[in-house]
Ligand binder design. Structure first.
Ligand code: ADP
Length: 495
């Protein structure tokens, strides 16, 4: 019997999952690691702790699955994206803490690049917006601010990587320095059209090419990991959202998935066409398999399930996240209440850092149940806006939306999502889609699966939510939502 091992290195925890080849979960290991907030807006991880926790959960997952290492046919890696590590090639020691994707310290650098007129160049070549979210300016920061960095770089000893590269370096004892095209596409250094690092962008960000990893396909053997004496091929790599898209079987153009976790991440496969966005979405590499690159449009919503955490911890009107459904279902509708969860500004398609959370339409009859319902509806409204922008950019009309993430256990949310979109919303049986995608990419590389179609055939629906609302009603609701968003925008004063 062959199994696949997925390494799922997330923002708050390291996980490892052993999968059977039909996608069944056989064993999971999980450990949280330390988050560092050294200054307002800064977020760091200790890359050594990431590796140590990741190494430990691999053994946990194997023990839970109760299989020997030799039965693992291949390893796939999926990871928190954009988080930036730099290390000394001679020692394998990081030169500083990793700068996490959430870290805003390079916002000023991005503003300066924008003021100098470079935003178009970056968007055209990388598909990204010039934002501190991505790795390029984070690496630039390390090179400027860590005393040893420049010297190490000029002597050829400095290595840069996103978390996938860092883990592979550790797993191969420094023999392999690589990343895959999906992770590379989140750096601001990678030209998604040529599939290579871009000299002009490297010059603009003052990054020496010598520090960068080789770019591999998302499904190929890049090296071997000595797993308790067995040499296991490392054969799949993808950033977490791209991996979830693959794990959801969204392999054909026009297929889309939305992950409802802390935030919401929607990706639509656009096939071999990198669709430029007019609506402030990102164009990103979905994966590279053999020589073929597939692309996706991506939109992220900052507050998704997190609005439910706020109902629990901030407002304290529920004791646990699942209770929100009971409370919201105790009223037939939100009673005209709308909640715009712009607690941390608004993401796609608005990108307004000055927007703030707003509750509108309160009357004497409004209760906590209406607010709970409005909060759930807000998750769906925000996702619907992203999807409408995607359809406009791509010219593709969605046929169904596949969903995953913690908040998809909420049936009321998914029903309302289907009502707004006017297409079925489908929850799969296996919701560990992020890890599953990496396992599938690895399995494809070592011949466990012959084709993507074979992989897609393992995908099974748990439940389909059919739209029940009239299109007129849905459009009226979206129009009201747009009105509410307009009220939330630009609330904080621009300094
Ligand atoms: P992440 O990977 O971002 O940590 P998860 O996929 O684990 O997120 O999902 C956790 C999120 O889902 C939390 O923000 C939580 O509030 C939300 N959540 C969990 N259960 C429910 C539920 N039944 N209804 C709505 N939201 C939920």
């Amino acid at each position: 019997m062959a199994f696949l091992l997925a390494i799922d290195q997330g923002t708050t925890s390291s996980r490892a999952i052993v999968f059977a080849t039909d996608g069944r979960v056989c064993g999971i290991g999980q450990r949280e690691f330390t988050q560092y907030f050294p200054k307002p807006g800064w977020v760091e991880h200790d890359a050594r702790e990431i590796w140590a926790s990741q190494r430990a959960v691999i053994d946990e997952a194997l023990a839970k699955a109760n299989i020997p290492a030799a039965q693992i046919a291949a390893i796939g890696i999926t990871n928190q994206r954009e988080t930036t590590v730099a290390w000394d090639a001679r020692t394998g020691e990081p030169i500083a803490n990793a700068i996490v994707w959430q870290d805003r310290r390079t916002a000023g650098h991005c503003d300066a690049l924008r003021a100098a007129g470079h935003a178009q160049t970056f968007q055209r070549k990388t598909g990204l917006l010039l934002d501190a979210y991505f790795s390029g300016t984070k690496l630039g920061w390390l090179l400027k601010n860590i005393p040893a960095a420049q010297k190490l770089a000029s002597e050829g000893h400095l290595r840069f990587g996103t978390i996938d590269s860092w883990l592979i370096w550790k797993m191969t004892h420094g023999r392999v320095h690589t990343t895959d095209a999906s992770n590379a596409s989140r750096t601001l250094l990678f030209n998604i059209h040529t599939g290579d690092w871009d000299e002009e962008l490297l010059a603009l960000l003052e990054i020496p090419r010598s520090v960068l990893p080789k770019i591999s396909a998302s499904s190929e053997i890049v090296g071997y990991f000595d797993l308790n004496g067995a040499q296991i091929p490392i054969a799949g790599i993808a950033g977490d959202q791209q991996s979830a898209l693959f794990g959801q079987g969204c392999h054909a153009p026009g297929m889309a998935k939305n992950t409802y976790g802390t935030g919401c991440f929607m990706l639509m496969n656009t096939g071999n066409v990198a669709v430029p966005s007019k609506s402030n979405l990102l164009t990103t590499t979905a994966w590279k398999i053999d020589r073929a690159t597939d692309y996706a449009l991506e939109g992220s919503v900052f507050m998704g399930g997190a609005v439910v955490q706020w109902l629990r911890d901030g407002l304290q009107i529920i004791e646990s996240a699942p209770q929100v459904e009971t409370l919201a279902a105790s009223v037939p509708d939100a009673g005209g209440v709308m909640l715009v969860p712009a607690f941390a500004g608004l993401g796609a398609p608005h990108w307004d850092s000055y927007a703030r959370g707003t509750i509108l339409g309160l009357t004497r009859g409004s209760t906590k149940a209406h607010i709970a319902r409005a909060a759930l509806e807000a998750i769906a409204f925000q996702s619907a806006e992203v999807l409408i922008a995607m359809e406009a950019d791509s010219g593709i009309t969605l046929k169904e939306l596949r969903v995953d993430g913690g908040a998809t256990s909420n049936n009321l949310l998914l029903q309302f999502q289907a009502d707004l979109l006017g297409v079925p919303v489908v929850r799969p049986k296996i919701t560990e889609t992020t890890a599953l995608g990496a396992a599938y990419l690895a399995g494809l590389a070592v011949g466990i699966y012959k084709t993507k179609a074979e992989i897609a055939s393992h995908w099974q629906r748990d439940r389909t939510f059919e739209p029940a609302m009239s299109r007129d009603e849905a459009q009226a609701r979206m129009a009201k939502w747009a009105k509410a968003v307009a009220r939330a925008k630009g609330w904080e004063e621009v300094e």
